[in-house]
Design a protein around this ligand. Sequence first.
Ligand SMILES: Nc1ncnc2c1ncn2[C@@H]1O[C@H](COP(=O)(O)OP(=O)(O)OP(=O)(O)O)[C@@H](O)[C@H]1O
Length: 826
Amino acid sequence: MAANTRPASRSSKAPPPPKPSKTERRQQKRKQEVDELQVLQKRVDEFDPKSTEAKTFADLPLSQPTAAGLQASHFTSLTDIQARAIPLALHNHDVLGAAKTGSGKTLAFLVPVLDKLYRAQWTEFDGLGALIISPTRELAVQIFEVLRKIGRKHAFSAGLVIGGKSLKEEAERLSRMNILVCTPGRMLQHLDQTAGFDADNLQILVLDEADRIMDMGFQTAVDALVEHLPKTRQTLMFSATQSKKVSDLARLSLKDPEYVSVHESASHATPSNLQQNYIVTPLHEKLDTLYGFIKANLKSKIIVFLSSGKQVRFVYESFRHLQPGIPLLHLHGRQKQIARLEITNRFTAAKHSCLFATDVVARGIDFPAVDWVIQVDCPEDTDTYIHRVGRTARYQSNGRAVLFLDPSEEEGMVKKLEQKKIPIHKVHVKDKKKRSIKNSLQNMCFQNPDLKYLGQKAFISYARAIHLQKDKDVFKLNELDLDAFSASLGLPGTPQIRFHKGEDVKKIKNAPRQGMSSGSESEMDMDGVKKPRRKKDEVRTKYDKMFERTNQDVLSSHYNKLVLDGDGKGAGSDDDDAEFLSVKRRLNDDELDEESKKAPVNAVKVIEGLGGKEPFVVDSKRREKVLQSKKKLLKFKGNPTKMVYDDEGNAHPVYELANEDDFKQEGPAEELRKRFVEGESAKVKEADVDDKQLLRERRREKKAKRKAREAMERAGIDPDKADDPALPQLDAEEDVDRGAALDFLRSLPTDGADRRGEEESGREEEEEEEEPPRKKAKKWFQDDDEDEQNTSERKSKKKRGKVFELEQEPETLEDLEALATGLLDG
Ligand SMILES: Nc1ncnc2c1ncn2[C@@H]1O[C@H](COP(=O)(O)OP(=O)(O)OP(=O)(O)O)[C@@H](O)[C@H]1O
């Protein structure tokens, strides 16, 4: 039975189904994708955006690549802000998100960005789909890094637009990007200037540190940038100090935004795992206190905030000389981009280090495991305080923060902090921990004029910053002991700064002389430093005398520059103003007009003389008049026209229309066209024949030349000395080749230079010859296999880019920029 049934069963077995063709497979895959997308969309629609039940990313209706990217980056559970903001954003709501520092806001906007584009099936041909704006370059780089991590399973391209490279280089890559992380100014520059790049298709806009981006410092850039974006986009705004300002919402045309503030009802505005204290220490003891603190915490990671780049430079340089025993770093907005990135990376990687910084890293930067945040200079407001202390105690880690307050600042600041629900306690420094570095600083400043110069700049910029602070309940310049402060920096005298009553930013910036001088020049020594009036019977030490010396050349020139730099570049204004986060107050157009009316009539602008000549002074009013009249004259000049001259010397416009009647008289247009074409092609043919003839002659000539040289060499004669009369006169019959060669060479110019010139031009011809005309034509009419080759080359380049992204961590800006062009896809 069995033997009978076997063949029957074999024959009844159905033949294997035919393998699906390539197209069929593609269609199947596409169908599968569409089905998956529909399922995903259904999950999103069915998910209640206001639900608070989701605890992990897996509970959210996320696309497979996003979920895989999050998992691969070890993000599993949701933070509060993520649990509440992501569902709303997935439902296309505009979101205003507020949550404490270090609570995971970055993922709260990056996840919706990736999924929005995924569900829209965004491809490289759709252009820019998402724009993420950050107030600082450092933060933009960090956001980009997180995006790269969690977006690794997506196929979107993403780039960083933060400046630091030429606009052109950045521009070349922009049009290929789906997601851009940028700073406002640079992005605007591209939208204004880069041909072929636009944001017309933008789906989603994100503002990280939104309150900062919307404030006065960025107002013009952001408003202009928004003009380039479509109104139909979705907008997400996040910050630890989010504002609901109606004007901001209107500026961004938000549509019924959802306000998500997860810690609104919390008892404190700062993380609960952050311990906060303040120390009352007079301004002139702040550096002593800081030094003592650093010495007592050598096995820690510390960030020290100071109010300006100049302060940072001075404290860093002087502490470096003092060698406290911990690696020191410094960061401010005037450093080169590459240095900023390098320092950020070094501090990130460091276990124990002390970073002196301005507010350029106050917001958003996620340095791991920072133990202490020290605020030597009081922050301008409570929001800045919150962001600064937020650099520690991030996510679930603990941290400590200390604020140094001058007695004059204590009452006002502590009150403000309490109002803002910030729990802060007063502590005292133990006497045995105190260290005075005043003498060391004085010695250092004496020996090192550059350090003294830095100290003076730091002093001026500090005093200036205090003067410009809006909050006069906290910042009281006249209650500060500036002489003692100056001495504590190691300066031999107090740099004089006089502020007129009611004087504001613009006057100080543009008229440093009036703002700075102590009234009469005679009150200053060569350093611009007021000599303390000596009491009659005062005993003066050797050091006192040395400090009073006026021949400290370096400093004199430095200080002259400082005082005379008319555009406010001196006088402690350049660094601070250019920093991203240090704009204290900016005047709007009306205020500027108002100020210019108030400006003194005899205001002068000092311009440095060229070539080491004396500076010269230009009356600004006269200069303005001259400029105005020049401008007026330009109006009457009109535009220049290019003319060409005929044989008789008559001028004609470059493109002159022929007289139509004359043209008609010459015959029918079609015939004229034919005649013209025939005539021109005959001319071309003729020229072609001539060219070929010329080419043939040149080749012949060169061949002969080469042969002659070879013959000379064979005959043991140096060809370059062919015209030497000392050469033996050969009998042509005796040695035909050699004779011919010599004759020929003698006919060449005797001048060595000429001959070299000819050889060089010969080489050029050779090179031209090497590429026959047909080869040249090939460049223009590229055939298929060449095209294919190029495409495969391009593909392999792309692939190389991907591998690089996955395998190599970016270390330099170049790396990052290379990444910027790559795909997120792993
Ligand atoms: N779901 C999560 N699981 C684990 N770690 C997370 C999660 N979300 C964020 N983090 C980590 O928490 C830290 C802080 O996150 P993030 O930088 O996004 O905070 P933030 O709210 O933007 O802070 P800031 O207000 O200072 O900008 C980061 O190191 C991040 O990797």
